[in-house]
Design a protein around this ligand. Structure first.
Ligand SMILES: [Zn+2]
Length: 694
């Protein structure tokens, strides 16, 4: 992986005409259509005034103002004149720079600014000393609060961290000023920078030299000769990796585990000596990947490509190529992305040629200001694997439409959609057990088997939550979940859809030959019934009778096709048909009085053994009779009974699995009823909560 990042960095550096700094410039991610601003703090030395200006962020803004991020580690002094953190500019940046810069114009200007516009709190103890100087906001008309007032306020709030508190208050005052005078809120501001007498300080060559030094040269100041870990050449090498944004680790040696932080004297990184060229390339590679190859799949995700054989013109097409790599990957996520990829794919020229020339590494991570935490790495995924997943999803979509009906767009199973087939618990607004889903994705990308029993347990748990769980405590509640909006009918519809999709997921894995256990039979049912009906159709007279037989025929043929396609065993079919009949009863109950389906209470989501299934069979018979729909369903009832009897002695199905197949039959019957308009999938009226007394 690290080689891939270095390689991308080399291409990116070849392309960046002027300097390494250009290759380190970070994009500002657009937040929807919201305008974001850069705020310029202009110090006027002659008139002793501060003015604040705003500028809309454009694509070129990060480069124009040299936004390369803040120094990473918590202990590094803040020294960037363009930053996303106003507090830095209100206190420590300028004093830090003065201390570190060589004599010259920039140092002089900054010293003048510090002396004129900053207030000295006096020497502070330890870490607090970095907050010693703060912008004097009242003196320069940015606030009504005098420095005395601010100091008092800070002392009352936090005696030990008093200086830090002062900076907080000052920063807050500047934000209020911006809100009031410029009409922009904190959230709309992405960057801040400094001018002095209208001159942009980040454009001074001294600043460029200084930053390049602090990011690179300094790391090699006291370096020794050694063998570079990446290029294997002998050179001056550094072990200082504090500038890197991603945490590195060697997958061959250590695998990934916690505690492998990007610090020089920590873990295996001790051995990761880097020469200056490789060091620069890694920095540039990281920036390029963050800018062009970031996406998400439940969690933030970086796509790190690595060429298998080199391509000389890569640096020329680097950005276009990256866009293609990303779009291609994103296509596995959902239908919308797949459509975008189809549109893009046709315009590509070079992509086809080099498609097989690289692999991608998928790095799932969580990043906070101070920490980059790796959640999972899926290495060495070839683009052909993505292609296989896309093709399988497409074929499945067509097949699903054929065996289930509905619109084909309903049945695209992307990786985003699959996420919602796994119940993932939420605790304090954080999803806690998402790792099982990342493991599942891993299996998809690397062609590993997925345990059938594991999936069945997930699906049955999912169904139980839809039926009567706290939906908002799970991922399936989506964003802004409100429990009271999940009335019984909405839950029922979601359950039906989820169970059908769960069946499709099993089929998808079966197609990929990755399903470990479960579906593999090819039982034919209804064959005799269908041929009898066909004969009967020929012999009856009367259009109505004929039509009636035809509709029955149609139903059995559809069922036969679905079951065959799914590869259910005879016992699984029996349970599926039992569920199908529950769907028929539910439909009748829904029709008759209220919109609820008391029959669903008979399903036990904890799992059902033979005895419970037998009781359910008896309940079903009784209800079919009660709602006078037995005659219409007696063929299916008889078939179900026959199949269960046949398997009674050799009952080889888990209690969860039994529930899953009953629910599958229920979902199938209900979905067919929705398509025929017998059940409305979107009920706008309030659902009658009163339930039939069972
Ligand atoms: Zn090297």
């Amino acid at each position: 992986m690290i080689e891939g990042i270095k390689e991308i960095g080399e291409f990116s550096l070849t392309k960046s005409s002027s300097s390494i700094l250009e290759a380190l410039v970070q994009d500002i991610p657009l937040e929807g259509n919201k305008t974001q601003y850069l705020v310029i703090i202009n110090f006027d030395l002659e008139n002793k005034k501060i003015s604040l200006d705003k500028e809309e962020i454009r694509k070129s803004t990060p480069l124009d103002y040299l936004w390369i991020g803040n120094p990473k580690a918590g202990n590094s002094p803040q020294d960037r004149l363009t930053t996303n953190n106003l507090a830095f500019l209100c206190s420590q940046t300028i004093p830090n720079l003065i201390e570190r810069l060589d004599e010259g114009e920039l140092k002089n200007i900054l010293s003048l600014i510090k002396n004129l516009f900053f207030y000295d709190l006096g020497k502070q103890i330890g870490q607090q000393n970095r907050y010693r100087y703060v912008l004097d906001v009242k003196k320069f008309g940015l606030s009504n609060k005098s420095i005395e007032q601010i100091k008092k306020e800070a002392l009352e709030k936090n005696k030990n961290g008093y200086a830090k508190e002062v900076v907080k208050v000052v920063t807050k005052e500047v934000f209020s000023y911006l809100k009031e005078k410029e009409g922009i809120s904190k959230r709309e501001i992405a960057l801040f920078t400094i001018k002095c007498n209208d001159k942009l300080l980040v454009s001074l060559p001294e600043y460029h030299t200084y930053i390049a030094n602090s990011v690179i040269e300094e790391k090699f100041k006291s370096s020794t000769k050694g063998i570079c870990h990446l290029c294997k050449r002998e050179a001056f090498i550094t072990y200082d990796t504090t500038q890197f944004r991603f945490t590195y680790y060697n997958t061959d040696k250590i695998g990934f585990s916690s505690g492998l932080r990007g610090k020089s004297n920590d873990g295996f990184l001790k051995n990761l000596g880097l020469c200056k060229n490789c060091y620069k390339s890694l920095l540039a590679g990281e920036t390029f990947i963050k800018n062009h190859l970031s996406t998400s799949l439940i969690k933030s995700l970086l796509i790190i490509p690595q060429l298998i054989f080199s391509s000389s013109y890569m640096s020329e097409i680097l950005e276009e190529w990256a866009e293609n790599v990303k779009s291609h990957f994103n296509a596995v996520r959902n239908l919308e992305n797949w459509k975008m990829w189809q549109a893009l794919k046709n315009q590509l020229t070079e992509y086809k040629e080099i498609k097989d020339a690289f692999v991608i590494h998928l790095l799932f991570y969580e990043a906070s200001k101070s920490e980059f935490k790796i959640l999972k790495l899926i290495p060495d995924v070839p683009p052909s694997r993505i292609e296989t997943l896309l093709k399988t999803a497409n074929e499945l979509q067509d097949k699903a439409q054929e065996i289930l009906g509905g619109k084909d767009s309903e049945w695209y199973l992307g990786l985003d959609d699959m996420y919602y087939l796994f119940p993932v618990r939420k605790s304090k607004n954080e999803f806690v057990d998402y790792k099982k889903v990342l493991e599942f994705y891993d299996a998809l990308f690397t062609d590993k088997p997925v345990a059938y029993d594991f999936l069945i347990r997930q699906f049955v748990e999912l169904a139980a939550i839809y039926r009567h769980g706290a939906i908002c405590n799970y991922n399936i509640g989506r964003r802004n979940c409100q429990e009271n909006k999940w009335n019984e009918q909405k839950r029922d519809m979601a359950l039906v859809k989820a169970i059908l999709n769960a069946n499709l997921l099993l089929l998808y894995l079966k197609e990929l030959t990755q399903l470990d256990g479960g579906l593999s039979m090819s039982e034919k049912i209804f064959s005799e019934i269908i041929s009898n009906l066909q004969r009967k159709k020929e012999s009856v007279s009367g259009a109505k009778k004929k039509a009636n037989i035809e509709s029955q025929l149609h139903q059995y043929e559809r069922l036969q096709r679905f079951i065959e396609e799914m590869g259910y065993s005879s016992l699984q079919i029996g349970l599926f048909l039992l569920g199908f009949l529950i769907g028929e009863i539910g439909k009748a109950q829904y029709d008759s009085s209220n919109k609820t389906k008391p029959i669903l209470k008979k399903i036990n989501y904890q799992g059902m053994d033979k005895g419970k299934i037998l009781r359910l069979v008896n309940d079903v018979l009784e209800k079919l009779d009660q709602y006078k729909i037995l005659s219409y369903n007696e063929v299916i009832y008889a078939e179900m009974k026959k199949l269960l009897d046949k398997n009674w002695q050799s009952w080889n199905i888990s209690n969860e699995e039994a529930v899953f197949f009953v629910l599958s039959g229920y979902a199938y019957a209900t979905y067919r009823a929705i398509l025929k308009g017998e059940i409305k999938s979107e009920e706008t009226n309030d659902v009658n909560k009163e339930e039939e007394n069972e």
